[in-house]
Design a protein. Structure first.
Lengths: 192, 352
């Protein structure tokens, strides 16, 4: 019982760090979990580079969930990180074998998994958008990241970026998207 | 929400965004789903919004990962430089003391020594562990931050950076002419040592490694030579059946303990698991996917080759260890180099 407060406080500290945007918290988690994830991946046909990649992806997933308020703390962070890494790796293996992951092993409910072709098209299109975003100015990039990546409400974005109010943010977002759409107009296929 | 609001709701930036991000309640979402089913224009707008959201999330993840990688690198390098400086300081101090002693105790000064003919170079001198390896490994890590340990190519990475660590090239050639006990540890970045140390503690009984195929002349630096060699992948004779050769390690004058055994097998690359096939195709240079399995004193390496070797070539294979974590397999004109976790290899003497 005396160990529990120590464990809870270290995870709480990490979670607080993530909420505050402190990437050092992720570094701490990376170092704590690298051994276990490396062993997992290597036991399942992967290399050390794969393990590092998987672990980073798991940590980014945790970061996203915590920052968008979608994370529920129900087990140790190391358990979450390991389970997420395992899921990601098994999905990669399954995709490589062109199999559907077995039930209960993915985060997505059965039936929601896109087909390989759909996935490929989505990947390509999002990659095109990703590249186009690099050509946006920093204010637009920051606004869109706060809205779509951090999923902050317009009111909070207006405070962070020094805009007058949420309506100003809406207007700026619209303008930034128009610029982006101009960049993408000839690059993306029409969806029917 | 009124029907008026439903009509072309996509003109409402916030509503559109929240719909795409899944931030609406079920009732609201269901209503908008109904509208999209009958409005192709709005469906198109929603599709584009989804792409923008996906692209922005991807950007966010990429930037976070880039930042994470940057943070993961410096602490190990930071530890390195103080040690280098401390070692350099110690060497400088000892050198100063030595010069002082020699100078003032009747030993000729440097100009006097320079007038003498140079001392002969002794062939058996072991090159010292290359000090600059610590520096180039920092660059190595900066360029390839996560490349290390099984399958990784620290062996050939060190050779491609010949200007930074020339002694690493020398070490492999030298190892061929000297007994394994004198084999020089191949240059490796401290970060690799750290990873290798960690892997030793939990190295599984079986794992995959990637061997880099060297040119027919032996170990050389430069990707160009490897590329030129890759054009001859199909020049080996094709066998109809899989062969395995037991390369028992030990000379008759070895220690009383039975020497560790190294078994070399070959299999067709077509039998590789899908992930390993993808890795093989994705490799920028010629690699051999290899499964390493350890059972007691026996280490079995199964080389997955595009074209199987004839019995003579496999039986004539030479396996040389360098240090306790590097291995070179020589198959005729081809050399394949590996970096494996420490403890996996052993001092191996192959029968000629």
């Amino acid at each position: 019982m005396s160990a529990t407060p120590l464990f809870a406080s270290s995870d709480a500290r990490v979670l607080d760090g993530i909420r505050e945007g402190n990437e050092g918290a992720l570094v701490e988690l990376y170092r704590d979990n690298r051994k276990a994830v490396t062993a997992l991946v290597m036991r399942n046909g992967g290399l050390v580079d794969d393990a590092d990649d998987i672990l980073q992806e798991a940590l980014v997933s945790l970061w996203e969930r915590v920052r968008t308020g979608k994370f529920t703390y129900s087990a140790r962070l190391s358990t979450f990180v390991y389970a997420t890494a395992k899921n990601i790796w098994l999905r990669r293996l399954a995709r490589a074998r062109r199999e559907v992951p077995s039930q209960g092993r993915t985060d997505d409910p059965p039936g929601d998994e896109p087909s390989p072709l759909e996935r490929m098209m989505e990947e390509e299109e999002s990659q095109i958008v990703r590249r186009a975003l690099e050509h946006l100015g920093e204010p637009c990039k920051k606004l869109l990241l706060l809205y779509y990546w951090e999923e902050l409400p317009m009111e909070e974005i207006s405070v962070r970026m020094g805009f007058a109010n949420a309506d100003t943010v809406k207007s700026k977002k619209y303008q930034c998207k128009k610029v982006l759409e101009r960049l993408l107009r000839n690059a993306l296929p029409r969806h029917d | 929400m009124t029907d008026q609001d439903d009509t072309h709701f996509v003109s409402n930036e916030d509503l559109l965004g929240r719909y795409v991000l899944g931030a609406l309640d079920d009732v609201e979402r269901a209503r908008l789903d109904g509208h999209l089913a009958t409005c192709p224009a709005c469906a198109q707008t929603v599709h584009q919004e989804r792409l923008i959201a996906a692209g922005v999330k991807r950007l966010g993840r990429d930037e976070l990962r880039r930042s994470l990688r940057t943070r993961l690198v410096p602490p190990q390098r930071d530890l390195r430089w103080p040690r280098i400086l401390a070692a350099a300081g110690l060497i400088a101090t000892l050198t100063g003391i030595g010069i002082y002693y020699l100078r003032f105790n009747g030993v000729p000064s440097v100009p006097e020594i320079a007038e003498r003919p140079p001392a002969p170079v002794h062939g058996n001198e072991s090159p010292s562990l290359p000090q600059p390896a610590l520096a180039p490994s920092a660059d190595q890590f900066r360029q390839e931050p996560m490349r290390s340990a099984p399958g990784s190519n620290a062996l050939t990475d060190a050779k491609t950076k010949s200007s930074e660590a020339p002694s690493s090239q020398r070490s492999i050639t030298d190892a061929e002419t000297r007994s394994p006990s004198e084999a020089v540890r191949v240059t490796q970045a401290p970060v690799h040592k750290e990873l290798a140390r960690k892997l030793t503690e939990e190295t599984p009984a079986a794992f995959w490694a990637e061997g880099n195929v060297e040119g027919p002349e032996g170990v050389r630096g430069g990707a160009a030579e490897r590329r030129s060699f890759s054009g001859s992948r199909s020049d080996l004779p094709v066998l109809k059946r899989e062969q395995s050769v037991n390369q028992a390690a030990a000379a008759k004058d070895a220690s009383t303990q039975p020497p560790p055994q190294f078994v070399l097998r070959q299999a067709s690359s077509g039998a590789l698991p899908v992930l390993r096939q993808k890795a093989l195709k994705a490799a920028a240079q010629m690699t051999v996917q290899t499964k390493v399995e350890r059972k007691g004193e026996v280490t079995t390496m199964t080389l997955f080759l595009d074209s199987l070797l004839d019995e003579g070539a496999l039986r004539g294979a030479r396996v040389q260890t360098l240090g306790d974590d590097s291995l070179v397999v020589t198959l005729g004109q081809k050399r394949i180099s590996y970096k494996l976790p420490p403890g996996t290899t052993a001092q191996v003497q192959t029968k000629k």
